[in-house]
Design a protein around this ligand. Structure first.
Ligand code: PXL
Length: 274
């Protein structure tokens, strides 16, 4: 009998109960793809902050450092550290400490700050710390809004063509060795662009419906596919494809703030070679 240990992914995100984002997207996706998510919640929210009213909130404070210490004492092998929305005061420091504890891990930062040209509620003052975290990562996954915020550029007033998208991803490579910028509108398409070690543009037909949490879903599938040994461009293509399928699988009459109906599609991730 040959046993293949699952890859372990330390997921440092908030846990939003309803709304299909952050940890509630990362955990099922990574598990479906055959990996072991080790869940380190930084905060508990009843929902995300994007259109479901004022969430009940509980910051996890000292829990995170204590949990990290415990994992270190246990000698857990961590193959990948994947961080997302970090709203609490000590959360960025927590990710930095995880990077120090497991220097061999693949360090992936989704610099969650905003979308649609604006910061998410309460994230304005997080920008400098998130930029610093990006410098310590192997890969960052900003959307277009976040890419411009990280670079100190104004939000683009018009679409970026292929060359512009590639240039943006490449400019970010000054911050981190591998970048993937998502949510780039290009005519009938939506693109994501890789800069740094792997440069590429991946296009998909654009679906004109927008939902919170799709960035987290994209990032989680990409992380899962990378850990299966895929090239960054292949992982980005798989992630974009899964998000598109999940949007298509969602009843347009449903409340969009509750996110995309990805659960019935998880089996496709399990079966697929990505
Ligand atoms: O999807 C990003 C995200 C994650 N977590 C919380 C959020 C958001 C975006 O609004 O509010 C709590």
């Amino acid at each position: 009998m040959k046993y293949i240990a699952p890859k372990t992914v330390l997921c440092i995100h908030d846990l939003s109960g309803a709304g299909r984002c952050s940890m509630a997207a990362a955990a099922p996706v990574l598990a479906a793809m055959g990996h072991q998510p080790i869940l380190l919640p930084t905060a508990l929210f009843s929902t995300h902050t994007g259109g479901l009213g004022q969430p009940a909130a509980q910051m996890c404070g000292g829990y995170g450092p204590a949990a990290l210490q415990h994992y270190r004492e246990l000698g857990l092998q961590i193959d990948c550290i994947y961080s997302g929305y970090l709203a609490g005061t000590g959360d960025q420091e927590l990710v930095r400490r995880a990077f120090e504890f497991w220097p061999e891990a693949l360090k992936i930062v989704d610099p969650v700050l905003g979308d649609g040209g604006r910061f998410y509620t309460g994230m304005e003052d997080k920008l400098p710390g998130v930029r610093e975290l990006c410098r310590g990562a192997d890969m960052i996954l900003p959307n277009l809004t976040e890419a411009c915020l990280l670079l100190g550029l104004p939000q683009p007033q018009q679409e970026l063509d292929q060359a512009g998208a590639g240039a943006l991803a490449e400019e970010l490579a000054g911050l981190c060795g591998q970048t993937v910028v998502t949510g780039l509108p290009q005519g009938r398409h939506l693109a994501c662009a890789g800069g740094g070690k792997e440069r590429f543009v991946v296009q998909r037909l654009r679906i004109d419906r927008s939902y919170p949490g799709t960035g987290d879903l994209f990032a989680s599938v990409l992380v899962g596919a990378l850990l299966r040994g895929n090239a960054v461009s292949a992982a980005a293509d798989a992630a974009a494809g899964f998000v598109a399928e999940a949007i298509e699988n969602t009843d347009p009459a449903a409340n969009p703030a509750l996110g995309v109906w990805f659960e019935p599609l998880l089996g496709r991730l399990a079966g697929r070679g990505v």
